[in-house]
Design a protein around this ligand. Structure first.
Ligand code: HEM
Ligand SMILES: *[C@@H]1O[C@H](CO)[C@@H](O)[C@H](O)[C@H]1NC(C)=O
Ligand SMILES: *[C@@H]1O[C@H](CO)[C@@H](O)[C@H](O)[C@H]1NC(C)=O
Ligand SMILES: *[C@@H]1O[C@H](CO)[C@@H](O)[C@H](O)[C@H]1NC(C)=O
Ligand SMILES: *[C@@H]1O[C@H](CO)[C@@H](O)[C@H](O)[C@H]1NC(C)=O
Ligand SMILES: *[C@@H]1O[C@H](CO)[C@@H](O)[C@H](O)[C@H]1NC(C)=O
Ligand SMILES: *[C@@H]1O[C@H](CO)[C@@H](O)[C@H](O)[C@H]1NC(C)=O
Ligand SMILES: CC(=O)N[C@H]1CO[C@H](CO)[C@@H](O)[C@@H]1O
Length: 326
């Protein structure tokens, strides 16, 4: 083989390598043809009885993708026998529910085709199906993610934006994952469903700057209402508040209306009003149809689902989602 032959061969190998290392639709069509149907059937059977899990699951997916990529690391109990803290126990994850739901899907898939379907793909598929089954948007889920072997609470803290984040912090943390301000606005739209603990935002109600004050960026009538009816003390860490009160189970545009009315629950929600770029995206979404929101949301979800994925021979396919294979 001449020089050019070798060059072409090298390009071919690089090309095939990168092509193989990409996610694709129906990755399990040959290796586990029933995989996606097993996931969907399980979701259809159980989520209607526990619709609040749909919110927990999409949040879990977000947290998974923001720490070491969408690699299922959020599901790990321990990475070492030494008891180092994993993402699961980091404060932002304290309220991530749905671990056992994922474990149950995993055991069905292990029974069907052992060692084939990754926990990372299970989170992604289960999330999409749960949102669809509860009447929300759908999006494409290319598969072929592999599972990570490391979970680190400090990394979770550093990568997942806190609810106190301002717009520049949000922009930076999203940009670090290849997501732009438009993705930020669209993905924050997931706060149209689900609930939050008072402790995630009560700093805005009590003693915002250390002089017993409220956050001026929060509608004062709404703040008064929250204090009177929901978060009655500044230390309440158990009461749950709907983020989109009135339609917290419906995947609608109301979240954006609330944000513009200064009724977004977190400072990070309020922050979307403080940049003209993000504010304009919100106005545009509100002037469009629900279907338009859904199709835009779909693009950002697919994008988030690709963040830092491990493919090809990277990582592993865990046997149990909570533990690295021994
Ligand atoms: C932009 C930065 C974000 C911040 C600062 C943030 C913060 C939070 C916080 C503090 C909670 C409440 C946790 C609690 O008190 O129990 C929450 C809940 C939630 N978040 Fe976010 N979030 C962000 C982005 C996202 C994204 C990108 C998604 C999904 C695409 C998402 C989906 C949800 C959902 C559905 C809930 C409700 C969970 C439930 O009902 O169990 N969030 N978020
Ligand atoms: C936990 O991880 C840190 C590194 O961040 C390491 O220094 C420490 O020894 C680990 N703890 C245990 C108990 O292994
Ligand atoms: C966890 O991540 C932090 C921050 O990147 C790092 O300093 C620490 O060493 C990591 N811990 C382990 C056990 O790898
Ligand atoms: C945003 O928050 C970060 C971190 O708390 C802070 O360093 C920065 O100054 C803030 N930016 C603005 C514009 O307030
Ligand atoms: C508000 O915060 C300041 C500073 O942290 C503290 O000294 C003060 O006691 C707090 N006031 C109330 C009412 O909690
Ligand atoms: C919630 O508050 C109680 C009482 O103030 C405290 O004992 C408990 O540790 C807190 N829980 C969390 C998760 O912070
Ligand atoms: C992971 O931890 C949970 C609770 O801490 C426990 O119930 C579960 O059995 C653990 N899973 C594995 C596979 O060790
Ligand atoms: C350490 C800790 O509190 N972990 C919690 C993380 O979230 C799950 C689901 O809510 C809890 O069961 C864990 O106890």
């Amino acid at each position: 083989m001449g020089y050019f032959g070798i060059v072409i061969l090298a390009f071919l190998v690089a090309f095939l390598g990168s092509a193989r290392a990409d996610l694709k639709m129906g990755f399990y069509d040959k290796s586990c043809p029933k995989a996606e149907k097993i996931v969907l059937d399980f979701v259809k059977e159980h989520i209607p009885n526990a619709p609040s899990l749909a919110a927990a699951l999409i949040r879990m997916h977000f947290h998974d993708c923001f720490v070491r990529g969408c690699d299922g690391s959020i599901l790990l109990n321990f990475t070492t026998a030494s008891g180092n803290q994993t993402e699961k126990v980091a404060p932002p994850n304290l309220s991530v529910r749905g671990f056992s739901f994922i474990d149950r899907v995993k055991s069905l898939l292990e029974a069907e085709c052992p060692g084939i379907v990754s926990c990372a793909d299970i989170i992604t598929l289960v999330t999409r199906d749960s949102i669809v089954v509860t009447g929300g948007p759908t999006w494409r889920v290319p598969t072929g993610r592999r599972d990570g072997t490391v979970s680190n609470a400090t990394e979770a803290l550093n990568n997942i934006p806190a609810p106190t984040s301002n717009i520049s912090t949000l922009q930076t943390k999203f940009a670090a994952k290849g997501l732009n301000l438009k993705d930020l606005v669209l993905l924050s739209g997931a706060h149209t469903i689900g609930v939050a603990h008072c402790s995630s935002f009560s700093n805005r109600l009590y003693n915002f700057t250390g002089v017993g004050d409220q956050d001026p960026a929060l509608d004062s009538e709404y703040a008064a209402n929250l204090k009177a009816r929901k978060c009655k003390t500044s230390t309440d860490n158990t009461t749950l508040v709907e983020m989109d009160p009135g339609s917290f189970r419906t995947f609608d545009l109301d979240y954006y209306t609330l944000v513009l009315k200064r009724r977004g629950l977190f400072q990070s929600d309020s922050a979307l009003r403080t940049s003209s770029t993000t504010k304009t995206y919100i106005t545009q979404l509100l002037s469009g149809s629900l279907q338009n929101f859904y199709s835009e949301f779909a693009l950002s979800m697919e994008k988030m689902g690709r963040v830092g994925v491990k493919t090809g021979s990277a990582g592993q396919i865990r046997k149990h989602c909570a533990v690295v294979n021994s």
